[in-house]
Design a binder for this molecule. Structure first.
Ligand SMILES: CC(C)(COP(=O)(O)OP(=O)(O)OC[C@H]1O[C@@H](n2cnc3c(N)ncnc32)[C@H](O)[C@@H]1OP(=O)(O)O)[C@@H](O)C(=O)NCCC(=O)NCCS
Length: 236
């Protein structure tokens, strides 16, 4: 596929959260992220394959961009991840962006910007939620007093133009930072709905369905008992 084609291929961005909140197919989704990274960082850029998967994979939140229509539907073409980290010297909690890649044939469709924006949106909500929870239990929450959180990335030199375009600033050599506004306080109603929906897993849905079925079963049984009692009374 030509990168200069005008039409952007239909696509979606899937969020793969760490731990038990992940969807059932999280392993498969993460494999798809790895496949993009191996293609770009190992096959294209020549980095050792054994360095690609590291010990942050399980604690990171991954984002997967994949195509949604045509013969390539489902094909993974881009990925990025973030981890929440705490500086040992300042105790500041910040976010680190890494493993950012889009397959060569799909560059310049603004998939990269789309992935970074999805990651930023997610970080804003996470920071706000962490601050609300943190202030309640005294934990070290991300963000300064004005509600700005830091997103840090270690950039390869040739890609620095990209980061500058999307508002990241250099901090030393090969380190870029972005300050995202994420004021504390309650989530807006829309953010609250979106946040709540994101927390729903198939296990929650199954549990709710089972509860509904059980309730229905109890009601039916009660109704059956009542009608047989009134039948008995009538026959007397
Ligand atoms: C970095 C990368 C993910 C960008 O993906 P992409 O989908 O091609 O980027 P986009 O289409 O969203 O580009 C957005 C803008 O950045 C520009 N841009 C993209 N790559 C750039 C680069 N290397 N240098 C300067 N500008 C760049 C685009 O031209 C576009 O500009 P515009 O807004 O004027 O149109 C992709 O080039 C890639 O996978 N590179 C190899 C892996 C890599 O180096 N990852 C970064 C590790 S630090």
């Amino acid at each position: 596929m030509s990168a200069t084609a005008l039409e952007v291929p239909p696509h979606e961005i899937v969020v793969i959260k760490p731990y038990i909140r992940s969807p059932d197919n999280w392993k498969e989704l993460r494999e798809q992220c790895y496949s993009v990274r191996i293609d770009v960082f190992h096959h294209e850029q020549g980095f050792p394959i054994e360095d690609e998967i590291d010990n942050l994979e399980d604690v990171a939140t991954h984002f997967l961009l994949r195509l949604t229509s045509g013969s390539d539907a489902g094909k993974p073409v881009g990925t990025i991840r973030y981890t929440k980290q705490t500086s040992p010297s300042t105790r500041e909690t910040y976010y680190k962006l890494s493993r950012f890649a889009v397959l060569k044939d799909y560059r310049n469709y603004r998939f990269g910007v789309g992935l970074v924006n999805a990651l930023h949106d997610y970080i804003r909500t996470d920071a706000r939620k962490s601050r609300n929870e943190g202030s309640a239990n005294g934990n070290n929450a991300p963000g300064d007093q004005d509600g700005f959180v830091r997103v840090v990335c270690h950039s390869q030199i040739y890609i620095k133009g990209f980061y500058e375009k999307i508002g990241y600033e250099p901090e030393g050599t090969q380190v870029y930072i972005s300050r995202l506004r994420s004021p504390s306080g309650l989530l807006t109603p829309l953010e609250f709905i979106l946040y709540s929906v994101r927390q729903i897993t198939p296990a929650h849905v199954c549990y709710s369905l089972l509860c509904l079925l059980f309730r229905q079963f109890v009601l039916l049984r009660r109704e059956a008992c009542n009608s047989s009692t009134s039948e008995k009374r009538a026959s007397h």
